[in-house]
Write a protein that binds this ligand. Structure first.
Ligand SMILES: Cc1cc2nc3c(=O)[nH]c(=O)nc-3n(C[C@H](O)[C@H](O)[C@H](O)COP(=O)(O)O)c2cc1C
Length: 357
């Protein structure tokens, strides 16, 4: 069989991805009290069966008030790890690396699931207050004003990320991704549009990136050296005066030496109403630039749907991993179909082989 870029294994610390195709984290809004259910087992598990190299579980809240919606997955107690362990074990048994994204929504917390309109929920509707952020700057005109985290609050969130990482390890996950994109808490600290602080966490690039750097140190402190740590960034806010690709490159240079193995390059989510030039692979240039100038492995994501397109990204050295989200919802077997299409090895589960012989 001919080898292809996309279907070359990737070794990162003590973990080997069987190929460079990953399932991008996707909120399922399907939990009560943050607990994973059979839905998560089947959703994540079927995509491991489908041949992905890594399956990354959705944004998983490190505190209850850090959930985007009441249906978010969580890891804020040891009990949350139990149903997640079933998912991680099944993913691994089926040849994929189990990954999980740890998150705190900050000022974008307490909203309804998208199919219920996505608007902010008041406490009497199942939401909660206060919601927290770097500064008292609401996400939009209709959003509640968040409370600015004080020094103790910042320490608390940092500890919550580290505790959640330890639980993720106990549950059997082998890659942790910190969610510092899409306008959620860690991104809110990075961007001058949401961070108006005048203390050591606001103002200069050094100060705005402090929380993420502290978070990486805290998580690295509990996450074994043998396992990879990834960070998802919004490479740009697509907004004047916001976070941009130059700062992302600068940050990537700092994150590598702190023990981050890969920057997952997304964009946007900081402010509503921005113009994003959507099109096939519209964020791939960010992954390429951050990889080249930031000296770190990257993942490309966003409107990647065709096997040749994904393969070309890896072959051209634009990214080390290609993550697919919506295309994986349409076709959980995308990696196996793509392998066949590209003439690479991809093993259908023995139980299904009679369908493909
Ligand atoms: C249903 C759904 C849920 C998502 N949830 C998350 C999430 O939990 N964390 C995250 O970083 N991105 C999330 N995203 C964004 C995707 O991971 C991905 O970056 C985006 O959809 C672009 O990739 P695509 O064009 O392949 O869908 C979500 C996307 C979808 C469609």
């Amino acid at each position: 069989m001919m080898d292809t870029g996309l279907f070359t294994p990737l070794k990162m610390r003590g973990v080997t991805l069987r190929n460079r195709v990953g399932v991008s984290p996707m909120c399922q809004y399907s939990c009560a009290g943050g607990m994973a259910t059979d839905w998560h087992l089947v959703h994540l598990g079927s995509r491991a069966v489908g041949g992905a190299g890594i399956v990354i579980a959705e944004a998983t809240a490190v505190t209850a008030d850090g959930r985007i919606s009441p249906g978010d997955l969580g890891l804020w107690t040891d009990a949350h790890a139990e149903p997640l362990a079933r998912c991680a074990t099944f993913i691994e048994q089926n040849g994929a690396v189990p990954g999980i994204q740890l998150a705190h929504a900050g000022r974008k917390a307490s909203t309804a699931a998208p199919w219920l309109g996505g608007r902010y929920l008041a406490p009497e509707e199942g939401g909660w207050r206060p919601i927290h952020a770097p500064s008292e700057v609401p996400f939009s005109a209709s959003a509640p004003v968040p409370q600015a985290l004080d020094a103790e609050g910042i320490r608390g969130v940092t500890e919550a990320f580290a505790d959640a990482a330890r639980r993720a390890l106990d549950a059997g996950f082998r890659v942790v991704e910190l969610h510092a994109a899409h306008g959620y808490l860690l991104h809110q600290f990075l961007s001058p549009l949401s961070n108006h602080r005048e203390d050591e966490y606001g103002g200069s690039f050094e100060n705005r990136t402090r929380l993420l750097r502290e978070m990486v140190r805290a998580v690295r402190g509990v996450w074994p050296d043998s396992l990879p740590l990834w960070v998802r960034l919004s490479a740009t806010d697509w907004a004047e005066g916001g976070w941009d690709v130059e700062q992302s490159v600068e940050l990537a240079r700092v994150l590598g030496p702190l023990g981050v193995d890969l920057v997952d390059c997304s964009s946007g989510g900081m402010v509503p109403g921005v113009k994003i030039p959507l099109g096939p692979g519209y964020q791939v240039d960010f992954a390429e630039r951050i990889r080249r100038e930031g000296g770190i492995a990257t993942a490309a994501v966003g409107l990647i749907t065709a096997p040749e397109q994904a393969d070309a990204i890896v072959r051209a050295g634009q990214a080390d991993v290609v993550l697919l989200a919506r295309q994986m919802l349409r076709d959980p077997y995308w990696p196996l179909h793509a392998a066949r299409h590209l003439g690479a090895a991809g093993e259908w589960p023995v139980q299904y082989q009679r369908a493909v012989d």
